[in-house]
Ligand binder design. Sequence first.
Ligand code: NCD
Length: 307
Amino acid sequence: MIFTNQHIISANQFSHESLQILFQQADTLQKKLLQHGILSILADKVMATLFYEPSTRTRLSFEAAMNRLGGRVISTSHAKQYSSVTKGESLTDTIRTVQQYADVIVLRHTDKGAAEQAASVSTIPILNAGDGEGEHPTQALLDTYTILQETNTLDNLKIAVIGDLKYGRTVHSLAQLVNLFHNELFFVSPENLRIPDWIKSKITIPYTQTDNLAEIIPLVDVLYVTRIQKERFTDEREYEKCKGIYKITPDLLSAAKEKLVIMHPLPRVDEISPLVDSDPRAAYFRQVKNGMLIRMALLTLVFGKKL
Ligand code: NCD
């Protein structure tokens, strides 16, 4: 993929080569950041963040990334309540408006397919920061970068993704990226939260589906834990059935590999006991740090500034 002026909608846009370019850019930016806390690479650019759903990390890391690159940020963080959407404006009209003010739009929306719809009318790049139960490609990029940082490889890994695989958009994107390499996937979820067919149909590496977490813990190199996506359930009873179903505890981890990498896109509710936080294998806060760096890399490349 050539990054310049691209919309980033799905993980399926990425190849080995484009991941390598992105990760190299992130490494270079990290060195530059150590020398100068704020750079000026995007000093002539404005980024708009348009968020129709709650966010802490994704929005702040995009905004921190743009600030660290010397660019400017305009933002509506509660677009559903506070933008003209409440007056009945369509997403496409909103995009046609925001593109008059900014050079790139970071969009988080409640509906699967919203980023694609926005891209279809936008003259400036749309970066998908999560479209409902669809995808979250920039999270998957930082997750893949974290796996590489933690294990020194992206190949021959046994990777378990755990929890809400039906609604969890980060998993939908991550599965497609690890599928680019010679890995093995373990989809661990209760019956009613299995990985959807539209993702399974894209997976060409070996995979196993199970609801038995204890059984796969000793086998895997990466444990990617996710939150049950309460807000996506239409039937409260369905949520009650699977709430709190998996919990990573020190006890459970005693059977795991010494070099296991424990990840979580966050926010966590009760899927990982806080007692695990001091385990050196817990990578989820290092993962957070990589978020800003990967988003800096992506923004610079989208503006054609390869370092
Ligand atoms: C995730 C999301 O919004 O999909 N959060 C994030 O961006 N890091 C995961 C979640 O909300 O559970």
